[in-house]
Design a binder for this molecule. Structure first.
Ligand code: GSH
Length: 222
């Protein structure tokens, strides 16, 4: 049984999850592989106890504990590992040029969204609404409007998914769709991106990371 380490917690305003671990959770679901969640305390990501450092040298999530191959860490590496290990259905294009596109857009999703501007929105949402710094959140939204979203808007314009069919390139945008479901920032200037987020949210795998899905209903599948 695979075990995915993540931070996942319920709050009155929704079930919140690590964005990077959500990238992996949806790929496990897309592949129909049996897994369980190891839910770490969010504070441990900053305290970095020895128990976590023993699994991930940077004390981050996600990491995946496997029976055959030990611990695999980093969401991009884990997703490539899962696609190699469980190739049916394959979530990587065969064509070399499309494969390069998949990796570029996956990296763009990580850098512009998941480690770029989304944390400025997502981190405050782990606090009570009255304790959030609205100016910092607006700076995150402005970052998305000026960097991530214009490029996404162009790249998704004529496609259903970033490499036509659903691939690993779409995983960071599943996590983005999760954050923007909670934040509900105005995407009317980015209609292609807004429609793409809706398509991602309509996939069955999204239920496992939806802010509306309880921890009990998203503990893994077997
Ligand atoms: N490149 C890593 C980034 C992982 C990452 O930054 N995870 C966040 C949670 S979403 C974390 O553990 N943060 C704690 C830290 O940066 O020390 C990946 O894709 O897995």
């Amino acid at each position: 049984m695979l075990v995915l380490a993540s931070t996942e917690r319920e709050y009155p305003w929704g079930t919140l999850r690590s964005t990077n671990a959500s990238k992996v959770k949806v790929i496990l679901e897309e592949k129909g592989v049996a897994y369980k969640m190891d839910r770490l305390r969010p504070g441990d990501l900053w305290k970095k106890p020895e128990s976590i450092l023993a699994k991930h040298p940077l004390g981050k999530v996600p990491y995946l504990e496997t029976e055959d191959d030990g611990v695999v860490f980093d969401s991009t590496v884990i997703n490539e590992y899962l696609d190699d290990k469980y190739p049916d259905p394959s979530l990587k294009p065969v064509d070399v040029s499309l494969l390069a596109r998949m990796r570029m857009l996956e990296n763009f999703g990580d850098e512009a969204f998941l480690v770029g501007d989304l944390p400025k929105i997502w981190m405050p949402i782990w606090s009570k609404p009255e304790d959030r710094n609205e100016d910092a959140m607006e700076a995150g939204r402005e970052g998305l409007r000026t960097r991530g979203l214009p490029y996404l808007e162009q790249e998704i314009a004529d496609r259903e998914y970033l490499c036509d069919s659903f691939t690993l390139a779409d995983a960071p945008f599943m996590a983005t769709a999760m954050v923007l479901e909670v934040d509900a920032m105005d995407l009317s200037d980015f209609p292609n991106s807004a429609a793409y987020m809706d398509r991602l949210r309509a996939r069955d795998s999204y239920k496992s990371i939806s802010p509306k899905t309880s921890l009990d209903d998203s503990a893994g599948s077997s």
